[in-house]
Ligand binder design. Structure first.
Ligand SMILES: C[S@@+](CC[C@H](N)C(=O)[O-])C[C@H]1O[C@@H](n2cnc3c(N)ncnc32)[C@H](O)[C@@H]1O
Length: 259
């Protein structure tokens, strides 16, 4: 059973507190969007669960959005449909209502992700498409040297890819998603070549893992990064990343179709 926060937030992060400014820093990236479009295939009616401000919702498809947080629903642009106030674990739709269901950067927050995935499978006739991060890979990012508790939090929250695949069942494909050097969607790894961006508190606030670590600890992490950027130590260790066109990090796309 979901406990809902003051603004309706249903996951482990309180978007009533951290959600403001999300849409400014988490703008959908068109190259990642293209992979989601490809995974949705010929689907016309699509359910987007944990839809937030509407990232990765195609205006060419008939999309129904579900989003429990009022702060996030309020950031949806006018050209997208209003989101239904509901939770993944209890979707208010009949069996097989949609051609497909999708969710991006959300399942790690659900109180019962397996129930939510079963619900997505139930209401979609065709593909269920999940954009998430592989918990086995998140600590490989250089940020782990500076902010270990942030990435430990990420690794703990993200369900394993294997469990997601098993829960969805059917025919499942798992594809790593390369992260472009100028990725417009500001999740932590998106800044692999632009470490200075993580000095901005609003950019960090748009990545919910930062909200689980005490403020003084977060400050220590940021100051360590700032110091290494000023001294050149970061660039000596990782500077080649600034010229690397993509990062093969933890971002993963899972697609399941009924067998
Ligand atoms: C990081 S945001 C991602 C938003 C959007 N999908 C995107 O890619 O920008 C995570 C979203 O999942 C939503 N969420 C958390 N728990 C949920 C649940 N149990 N059911 C549905 N949505 C949930 C949050 O309210 C938040 O909007």
């Amino acid at each position: 059973m979901n406990k809902r926060g003051a603004d309706g937030s249903a996951g482990d992060a309180d978007y009533g507190t951290i959600g403001g400014g999300y849409a400014d820093h988490r703008r959908p990236d068109e190259r990642i969007a293209a992979r989601i479009t490809e995974a949705l295939g010929l689907s016309r009616t699509v359910l987007n669960v944990g839809a937030g401000a509407g990232s990765y919702e195609s205006t060419e498809l008939d999309v129904t959005a579900v989003e429990p947080s009022a702060a996030m629903r309020a950031q949806r642009p006018a050209h997208l449909p209003a989101a239904v106030d509901a939770v993944a674990e209890d979707l208010p739709f009949g069996d097989g209502t949609f051609d497909a269901a999708m969710t991006t950067f959300s399942i790690h927050q659900w109180s019962d992700f397996e129930a939510g995935l079963r619900e997505m499978r139930r209401v979609a006739r065709g593909p269920v498409v999940i954009l998430t991060c592989d918990p086995d890979l998140v600590r490989e990012f250089w940020l782990y040297e500076y902010a270990p508790a942030i990435l430990d939090t990420e690794a703990r929250r993200y369900p394993s890819i294997e469990t997601i695949a098993r829960t969805l069942g059917g025919r499942v494909s798992v594809r790593p998603v390369p992260i472009p050097v100028d990725c417009t969607d500001g999740f932590n790894e998106a800044y692999y070549a632009r470490p200075e961006r993580l000095l901005d508190p609003r950019a960090r606030q748009a990545c919910s893992a930062w909200s689980f670590v005490a403020a003084d600890e977060r400050e220590r992490y940021v100051e360590a990064l700032r110091g290494d950027l000023e001294s050149g130590a970061w660039d000596r260790r990782h500077g080649s990343l600034r010229q690397q066109p993509v990062l093969h990090g933890s971002l993963t796309l899972i697609r399941a179709i009924p067998s």
